[in-house]
Design a protein around this ligand. Structure first.
Ligand code: 13P
Length: 258
């Protein structure tokens, strides 16, 4: 079984002091682990340098939560992929459902952001996931297929290999309601099938597909035990060092058990 990837998405939480405490506490907790799991922390922009500095001397990576679809210039308030790269950031989440819903981020915009990140050698973590009404109406596969194809399938093979996909059913985000391991596995296998059809079976195997949505210290092991779930994109539970570290441990255990 391949190693897992666990990414913490802090969203718009904490202040500088609290961010420093949390990042330091995670660093201290995992510094002596001989980790096989890859770990990344995605703080809000103002705290990124704090995390990149710590990441330099630690066994985790720094990630951003968003980037601009533009290169540079008169885009007040925006942050470019090149700026992130110059800070030493390795990952960047794009197309999170909160950005799709609250900031009208379309698949087309996500695709442009992905291009900017790849051009800067950053790893895009591209989110997809259906709303509750889509699932109730049995449209969840269709919705996710459209998001994945329109956000990613313009990429050439040698660019696609740098992409991480995160399946985050919108109804499970911040609600305490997690997809069952069977629901997560089923959708991950479906997404992997799409990747296989487009880019071949080796790429499908190698592509990391993370689960996100109320993933926590209690349910992580069961979710990560599916061979199609390559780790997690963690919101609320990444804001507590002990919980986040337990999730990383679950990722380690899920690999060693298989
Ligand atoms: P929660 O883990 O808080 O449900 O958030 C998931 C998420 O949106 C991660 O990007």
């Amino acid at each position: 079984m391949k190693t897992k990837l666990v990414i913490g998405n802090w969203k718009m939480n904490l202040d500088f002091g609290a961010a420093e405490d949390l990042a330091t506490s995670i660093q201290e907790a995992i510094e002596n682990f001989n980790l096989k799991t890859e770990v990344a922390i995605c703080p809000p922009f103002p705290f990124l340098e704090l995390v990149t500095d710590l990441a330099d001397e630690s066994n985790f990576y720094a990630g951003a939560q968003n980037c601009s679809q533009y290169d540079n210039g008169a885009y007040t308030g925006e942050v470019s992929a090149a700026m992130l790269a110059s800070l030493g950031v390795n990952f960047c989440i794009v197309g999170h459902s909160e950005r799709r819903k609250l900031f009208n981020e379309s698949n087309e915009v996500v695709a442009r952001k992905v291009d900017k990140l790849i051009a800067e050698d950053l790893i895009p973590v591209v989110c997809c996931g259906e709303q509750l009404e889509d699932r109730k109406a049995g449209r969840h596969f269709e919705v996710v297929e459209k998001q994945v194809k329109e956000s990613l399938f313009h990429l050439a093979k040698n660019d696609f290999e740098h992409v991480v996909i995160a399946y985050e059913p919108v109804w499970a985000i911040g609600t305490g309601e997690t997809a069952t391991p069977a629901q997560a596995s089923e959708m991950h296998a479906f997404i992997r099938g799409l990747v296989e059809k487009k880019y071949g079976s080796e790429m499908a195997y190698n592509t990391y597909i993370l689960y996100g949505g109320s993933c926590n210290a209690k349910n992580a092991l069961e979710l990560f035990s599916s061979p199609d779930v390559d780790g997690g994109l963690i919101g609320g539970a990444s804001l507590k060092s002990a919980d986040f570290v337990e999730i990383i441990e679950a990722a380690e255990t899920s690999v060693s058990e298989n």
